[in-house]
Design a protein around this ligand. Structure first.
Ligand SMILES: [Zn+2]
Length: 329
């Protein structure tokens, strides 16, 4: 391989992550964020840090849920307990679990209002809606923790200008989240890029993917037959553009432009926040974070909770300009 393409041993390193926390890239101006634990309200709805009164809502609200092709009616409390068990580790701190419960309730009721799986509100497939675990099939201590987080936030949802938000969440951002605009190409006012410190404990805070140069070239050529690899490996990579959240917006490889999302999918990367190093036998991707990185970071929520931050502060940090209110308000 080395002789065939005649490149030097010098490694070519493209650090897409350098601008992770930089403020001066060509990308849109970073969105206002406040550091973990800050009590400065930068978003609407942070005035009250006390949870609104419990309404006794979830137990009496029934919704149609699609599971394995069958629609069953279940109380919001029972459904959310199973969702929480599926979506967040039960050893996470109380306030992180509560934040997750409110995000999941918001997602669920939005699905209910929009009849996402008409006539069902939501399904139990984690790749489609939200995962669900039978509360009777887990250790009792886990079930009790999940139930407690759901009950403590009974009936509460997240709204932006009165509308239930699309409460997206993911495992780990790697230090900063992405805006919906940067990842999905659509501007969503409350899904902006914000700092997400303290995630280093996450299992996939960083990861490395190594791939042989043969496979690297073959995969790119399958994706785009126009891609060309000159003799000198230093010339393989061109312009790299970063997102405000420190991800790769797009990267020029072999004279063609690939989006960060396309490269993530092509090489099975955990996130679009990656650096690419071309060595003499391998392409080495080093990723930060895990998931689409839009909305609430679960590991960031855990870090904030452990630092004493309330679930409402967590939610108003990750979802810009929102308020937490009872559903029937
Ligand atoms: Zn679904």
């Amino acid at each position: 391989m080395k002789q065939a393409i005649g490149f030097t041993l010098a490694a070519l390193v493209i650090f897409a992550l350098v601008p992770l926390l930089a403020r001066g890239s060509a990308a849109p101006a970073p969105i206002t964020a406040f550091p973990t634990g800050s009590t400065e309200a930068t978003a609407a709805g942070t005035e009250s840090q006390q949870p609104p009164e419990v309404q006794g809502f979830d137990e009496t609200f029934f919704l149609p849920v699609l599971e394995d092709g069958i629609i069953r009616s279940t109380s919001l409390h029972a459904y959310l307990t199973g969702v929480l068990l599926a979506e967040m580790p039960m050893d996470f701190a109380d306030e992180a679990l509560k934040a997750q419960a409110v995000a999941c309730r918001t997602y669920t009721l939005r699905g209910y209002l929009h009849r996402r799986h008409d006539p069902a509100a939501v399904c139990t497939d984690s790749h489609c809606c939200q995962g669900w675990k039978d509360p009777d099939a887990v250790p009792e201590a886990d079930r009790l923790r999940a139930e407690a987080a759901v009950a403590a936030t009974d009936g509460l949802v997240i709204r932006w200008e009165g509308e239930l938000i699309d409460a997206t969440f993911f495992s780990c951002s790697g230090g900063r989240t992405e805006s919906a605009a940067a990842v999905w190409g659509r501007e969503v006012p409350y899904l902006q890029s914000v700092d997400s410190p303290g995630e280093e404990a996450a299992a996939h805070f960083t990861d490395v993917v190594r791939i042989s140069l043969e496979d690297f070239c073959a995969l790119l050529q399958a994706e785009d037959p126009e891609v060309r690899f000159p003799d000198r490996i230093e010339n393989w990579i061109g312009t790299v553009r970063s997102t405000p959240g420190g991800g790769v917006a797009d990267m020029e490889i072999g004279g063609r432009t690939f989006t960060g999302r396309a490269l993530r999918k092509l090489f099975g990367l955990r996130s679009t926040a990656f650096s690419l190093t071309l060595e003499h036998h391998e392409a080495v991707f080093e990723t930060r974070g895990y998931g689409h990185r839009v909305g609430m970071s679960q590991w960031g929520a855990q870090a904030m909770a452990k630092a004493g931050t309330s679930y409402i502060q967590i939610l108003t940090h990750y979802y810009t300009g929102v308020s937490v209110e009872p559903f029937d308000a």
